[in-house]
Design a protein around this ligand. Structure first.
Ligand code: ADP
Length: 489
């Protein structure tokens, strides 16, 4: 295997199918760049339909023996993979920073989160239970067993290039499925690094496969993954728009579908809240990953009695804590956005807000470091009708909206087709229960700005998704129930 760059031992120019490092059959490649500098990192195969079909067939062949491995064999392999991720933590984190720009400290955090999925599902593979059910007649006995679905097709985004793969793949592999991963065109190297580690861990050939393509071939690969008869399921994390396309395509073959789509999280600060704690939570929920997380707070709803105080404390925290700079520097907290298109969207949202009466408290413009850098921005006097309250901004922008009553806050919070995360701060116990139950979203943080852990399920309401990842529920997405009826007793 040719090492393409001196920057990381994990940068390579081949995809991974059936335990082999392969080029696209037509020889096509595409370029991967560092979003911080625009620097060329390397090229990877620009695969097409026939490569995707080959990967699925190969995974299906591997499934024939993988499905009957002992749960404990899968446990040991996943555990070994977890160990390897820990051993290579620093270089895997560096790879994430190189290909998508997140600060190195956060990239290390992502690797730990990604590895926690391997550790968790290593154990869960031994906790797949069935049922014995009371039969309706004396001559029968009823048993329910669970079996792996088959080939799990996974399509993943660039914002958490490693963790979004392991959150799906660890569950699939633990269940006894084989996988074909199509990573984002922006971040193929983290997926290929995982492939390399599965090989080192001793996974049989064909159990974990990675196919890469440019944006222009993504739809063709996605189509094969959603419709090929040997692909048993499609699991996707990314935009709601693409999620809808995939769900439509999967309908043709009645495939199992799991979707984690866009969010539009409200972050509510009630009158009784500990404002300093709310500021700490807001910093976490907003500026992690430079605002590029689907659970990121997108709309701040602040009670009118504490609005000015919260605004000035958040402004102070942003000025004193956020450091823009080289992603490889441990003290940096804000890196570039993924590309210029992302920066343009953020600018459009800021302009729309300002044109309609909002004012800029902090930031509001690009940073001189480079084209993809935008200064962390705080806006006040934002109205729910403004563009940034209608669409996910996906950048480091905190818009503050004022409210007077709990009903009003909940109504604004729920006035969206998204329903992934929601956060609120209060010290009123009854309000805490009421609002937690009233928010139409799959993850709720009460006096907490970080809600995603391996132990608890991750899911969206409404157009934010279908199915759960992580936790004891995550493995169910990759299992089929089977009723066995014994008769003639
Ligand atoms: P983002 O806008 O954040 O890049 P996307 O939903 O566009 O989010 O991309 C997430 C993943 O979906 C990437 O791996 C991308 O290549 C893939 N993708 C984009 N368009 C399609 C499509 N039409 N069919 C299948 N996959 C797609």
């Amino acid at each position: 295997i040719r090492i393409m760059s001196s920057q990381s031992p994990f940068i390579r120019d081949k995809a991974y199918i059936g335990g082999k490092w392969v080029a696209a059959t037509n020889g096509g490649t595409f370029e991967v760049k560092n979003p911080a500098t625009g620097e060329h990192l390397g090229v990877v195969p620009d695969m097409t339909e026939s490569d995707a079909v080959f990967a699925i067939k190969t995974a299906n062949e591997a499934f024939q023996s993988w499905k009957s491995t002992l749960a404990r064999e899968r446990t040991l392999l996943l555990r070994r993979l977890d160990q390897l991720m820990h051993e290579h933590k620093d270089s895997l984190a560096k790879l994430i920073s190189l290909e998508m720009g997140k600060p190195i400290k956060e990239a290390k955090g992502e690797i730990m989160y990604a590895a926690s999925m391997l550790e968790w599902f290593a154990e869960e593979s031994r906790r797949i239970y069935g049922d014995v059910i009371a039969a309706p007649t004396k001559s029968k006995r009823l048993v329910v067993i669970k079996q792996p679905l088959g080939v799990a097709s996974l399509i993943t985004p660039w914002n958490f290039p490693c963790a979004m793969i392991t959150r799906k793949a660890a569950a699939a592999l633990a269940a006894g499925c084989t996988v074909v991963v199509k990573p984002s065109e922006d971040t193929p190297y983290s997926a290929l690094a995982l492939a390399q580690l599965t090989e080192e861990a001793g996974f049989p050939a064909g159990v974990f496969n990675v196919i890469t393509s440019s944006r222009s071939n993504a739809a063709a690969l996605g189509h094969v993954m959603c419709t090929h008869p040997m692909s048993a399921s499609i699991s996707f994390t990314g935009s709601t728009e693409v999620g809808k396309i995939l769900m439509r395509e999967a309908a043709e073959g009645i495939k199992r579908v799991a979707l984690e789509l866009g969010g539009h999280a409200p972050f509510i600060v009630f009158e009784s809240a500990d404002i300093d704690a709310a500021v700490v939570g807001a910093m976490m929920a907003k500026f992690r990953n430079c605002g590029q997380a689907c659970v990121g707070a997108n709309r701040f709803l602040i009670h009118s009695s504490i609005y000015d105080k919260f605004c000035s404390k958040l402004a102070d925290a942003m000025k004193s804590q956020l450091v823009i700079g080289d992603s490889m520097d441990e003290s940096v907290t804000i890196g570039p956005l993924i590309n210029e298109r992302a920066v343009e969207k953020v600018e459009k949202h800021i302009k729309d807000a300002v044109d309609n009466g909002a004012s800029i408290v902090v930031g509001g413009d690009r940073n001189s470091r480079g084209n993809n850098y935008i200064n962390p921005t705080l806006l006040r006097d934002v109205k729910p009708s403004m563009l940034m309250c209608q669409e996910e901004t996906f950048g480091p922008v905190a818009p503050l909206i004022k409210f007077d009553t709990e009903e009003e806050a909940v109504s604004i919070a729920n006035d969206t087709r998204s329903g992934l995360a929601g956060y609120f701060y209060t010290t009123n116990l009854l309000q805490a229960w009421r609002v937690a139950e009233a928010l139409e979203c799959g993850l709720v943080g009460i006096n907490e700005g970080l809600v995603s852990t391996v132990e608890s399920p991750f899911q969206g309401f409404k157009e934010s998704g279908i199915g759960s990842e992580a936790s004891k529920y995550g493995i169910e997405e990759y299992l089929e129930k089977k009723t066995i009826c014994f008769g003639g007793l």
